[in-house]
Design a protein around this ligand. Structure first.
Ligand SMILES: *Cc1c(COP(=O)(O)O)cnc(C)c1O
Length: 399
């Protein structure tokens, strides 16, 4: 990071602790926090409608900011209250026919998987799992082997929640498009730590969240959908902002992606989300990606060298998520003991990755996700704390 001191002084929470949970819910920088708080204060002074009207330019500008970030057009962007809401409303808008096939990878996210199982029950679609290749990434050759004209949708997770790999999205998209299938990209764990551009990846739809690597407020999400695809969607859950009520018995749908947005939202949080995207663009997406990759590699290599510690990240290409276990110590206990030492990590469990962790013989892994504001000394402090845990008598096979 070009100016580590500046980003750290914008992030008071990263001084008191070693914060390694940007894949869970990161620390918003001061400009995001100020934006949210100031808007809440303004609402208390003049009411929500006037306060929103005063920030109309910023709210409208948000579509352009996300278009720049995601490599699409402003009218292809919509805001929601979570990545899952984005994903569900896109899924719901795809005109499936009974018997349509939906292909997912083994690292599919729990919320998406549950929604697809439900969808299969209700609408007669078929959920099928494409195996991973030897590296752990979605196997593009296996995907090609399964594609035919009945595949309506391929759901690709860019970076899984439970491991540091990066799926080969461009190759997945190319294969899917050759067979006429749509591609929906879950970019929840990639936007904010990696460059994620629709124009480069070729995906038809993309979903993401505010609270993770983007460092926005909780309860915020976004989506992007290609114009050419939007014209073929049939949004079902619309309100009077997605459509205008033009006569007693008539409505007209919006022509842009905002057809998928509902009228009511937390304006303070929306403004905070937009500010978070601006902050990222000011820092530079490429610079952020380099900083995160360096930190994760440093941490991963140091943990891998510790006796009694196993690193579990798969994939040819890795990113900012580092997963590991300490032999003989439950992941929850590792998390709690590290918290006592001022190190914040979290645990990914089989419940959020049924098709991945159990297949690898794992119930849970500890997940550390260092953002660009973490220093090398802090990473080393984490490694030292893990080393002490792995050395506790009776807990290590070497003792
Ligand atoms: C966190 C996460 C989500 C869901 O994000 P929400 O904002 O909680 O809806 C979806 N996919 C992946 C891969 C995630 O890690």
């Amino acid at each position: 990071m070009a100016d580590l001191a500046a980003v750290r002084s914008d992030t008071p929470g990263c001084r008191e602790q070693v914060f390694l949970d940007s894949a869970g819910s990161s620390l918003p920088p001061a400009p995001v926090l100020t934006t949210v708080i100031e808007h809440l204060r303004r609402e208390s002074e003049v009411g929500g409608y006037r306060a929103a009207a005063e920030r109309q330019d910023a709210l409208e500008g948000g579509y352009g900011t996300f278009a720049e970030l995601l490599g699409c057009a402003p009218d292809e962007v919509a805001f929601t209250d979570s990545a899952t809401r984005s994903w569900l409303s896109l899924l719901d808008a795809i005109p499936f026919r009974e018997g349509d096939r939906v292909l997912v990878g083994e690292s599919e996210y729990a919320a998406n998987a549950v929604a697809l199982l439900r969808h299969a029950e209700r609408f007669g679609t078929r959920l099928e799992v494409v195996p991973s290749d030897g590296s752990g990434q979605l196997d593009v050759a296996a995907l090609r082997g399964r594609l035919d004209e009945r595949v309506r949708l391929v759901s690709a997770v860019h970076v899984p929640t439970q491991g540091g790999l990066v799926n080969p999205v461009r190759e997945i998209t190319r294969a899917a498009h050759e067979a006429g299938a749509l591609v929906m990209l879950d970019a929840c764990q990639s936007v904010g730590q990696l460059p994620v551009r629709m124009d480069e990846l070729g995906v038809d739809m993309l979903t993401g969240t505010g609270r993770k690597w983007l460092r926005g407020p909780r309860g915020t999400g976004f989506l992007a959908v290609r114009r050419s695809v939007l014209d073929h969607l049939a949004p079902r859950q619309i309100d009077h902002s997605g459509a205008s009520w033009v006569a007693e018995r008539a409505y007209r749908l919006r022509a842009d992606a905002r057809v998928l947005q509902l009228w009511e939202t937390g304006i303070a949080e929306r403004l905070g989300l937009i500010r978070a995207a601006e902050y990222l663009l000011e820092l530079g997406v490429a610079q952020v990606a380099t900083s995160v990759a360096w930190r994760a590699a440093h941490l991963r290599d140091a943990l891998a060298d510790l006796p009694g510690v196993r690193v579990h990240d798969l994939g040819e290409r890795t990113c900012g998520i580092v997963t590991f276990t300490v032999t003989g110590v439950d992941p929850e206990r590792v998390r709690d003991r590290l918290a006592e030492r001022g190190v914040t990590v979290t645990v990914s469990t089989a419940a959020s990755s049924r098709m991945d962790l159990p297949r690898r013989g794992l119930d849970a892994v500890v997940r550390a996700s260092p953002h660009y504001f973490v220093t090398a000394e802090q990473l080393d402090a984490c490694v030292a704390a893990v080393a002490d845990l792995a050395r506790v008598p009776g807990m290590s096979p070497r003792s």
